[in-house]
Ligand binder design. Structure first.
Ligand code: 5GP
Ligand code: MN
Length: 343
């Protein structure tokens, strides 16, 4: 049965906390993606159905591309409404932290959330969760927080509360973190869950169309990056794409426009590591993907101020773009022993 393998003690404690609370805040990592937004919204719908006064507070705004998800317009970004968010956090008895493992992933919301008196519950699938929560349900083997959340909802006996809109949010997260069930997608449970979500009325075909839709300038920016700003490393086993702030501006870049770009080089024959770096005000945002056992989380934590999963990681490099590129050139060969064999 789905959810049976979630730690019973945690579920019992969580059920008690939910029962006792009224004011709840749900939060997720900065630059929220489909899994972060999908999981916070799904939990929001469940808690609202239970009659709780729930609010979603994100460090910054969700990307425009996700605003179609049911409830997304009610998300309150701390960056836009700091005082209101602080008052909600102050009033909360329970704070759910979804889809991140370290408090600094909350960016400017980190101090206010970590300083809150509310009990905290972490539900997440990233490696090495920091011990900041009262209850930690962490499963790095899960493809997405949404898949894990579905299991937690089942374990809590709340599966009957998942309606069509909640199902849509959960499916959006699963599809985002598995590239529409194409990677991290070997867990048979995933198909039991997605089958269940489809039976609840989710239109997966339409949902993927929405999640995968790009603006013309976004498509052109991605094409420009691959055509002009991609360099092959490690004898064609790795690819690096870089974009300067000026290049982003030339294509009217808005947040989220390069989402997915880092995955594309992995479709090149033989490429097992893909790195994308772009200039942000004050730092270089680094994003990495890999195949097999190549640990991009290690590469990111050891050299690029970040971390993440074995095959999907990121970081913030303090320095210039050319310094970040030089660092990669210098350190990447040290990891070449992890490259998967080509058959
Ligand atoms: P993305 O490349 O999509 O921005 O991030 C992929 C994964 O890398 C995220 O799910 C997260 O686990 C991790 N990640 C991205 N950026 C950072 C960062 O700045 N710090 C840390 N610790 N992890 C990051
Ligand atoms: Mn996720």
């Amino acid at each position: 049965m789905i959810g049976n393998d979630i730690d019973k003690k945690s579920i019992k404690a969580l059920a008690q906390l939910i029962e006792q609370c009224n004011n709840v805040v749900i939060t997720c990592h900065v630059k929220p993606d489909g899994d972060a937004v999908g999981s916070t919204l799904a939990l929001f719908h469940i808690l609202s159905t239970l009659g709780k006064a729930a609010h979603i507070i994100t460090p910054d705004s969700p990307p425009r591309s996700l605003r179609f998800l049911p409830g997304c317009k009610d998300i309150i970004p701390l960056s836009a409404q700091e005082d209101f968010c602080k008052s909600l956090i102050d009033k909360a008895e329970l704070i759910f932290c979804l889809d991140f493992n370290a408090i600094n992933r909350l960016d400017k919301a980190a101090s206010v959330i970590s300083g809150a008196k509310a009990r905290k519950v972490l539900i997440d699938h990233h490696l090495y969760p920091e011990p900041f929560a009262d209850i930690t349900i962490s499963r790095p083997t899960e493809s997405s927080t949404c898949a894990l959340l579905f299991k937690v909802i089942c374990a809590l006996g709340l599966r009957p509360l998942i309606d069509k809109k909640t199902a849509k949010c959960l499916m959006a997260g699963i599809m985002t973190d598995t590239g529409n069930l194409s990677y991290n997608a070997n867990d048979p449970d995933l198909y039991t869950i997605t089958g269940d979500l489809l039976r609840l009325g989710v239109d997966k075909v339409n949902l993927w169309e929405r999640l995968n839709t790009k603006s013309l300038s976004q498509l052109k920016l991605n094409a420009f990056a691959i055509d002009n700003r991609m360099e092959m490393l490690l004898n064609g086993r790795a690819a690096l794409i870089t974009l300067t702030a000026e290049e982003l501006k030339n294509y009217n870049y808005v947040k989220g426009d390069t989402e997915g770009l880092v995955n594309i080089p992995l479709s090149i024959n033989g490429v097992a590591v893909s790195v994308f770096m772009h200039e942000e005000p004050g730092f270089i945002k680094v994003s990495m993907r890999s195949k097999g056992e190549f640990p991009v989380n290690r590469l990111c934590s050891e050299h690029f101020g970040g971390g993440g999963h074995l095959n999907a990681a990121g970081g913030e490099f303090k320095g210039s773009l050319s310094e970040a590129v030089d660092t990669l050139h210098r350190v990447l060969p040290e990891y070449s022993g992890f490259l998967p064999h080509i058959d």
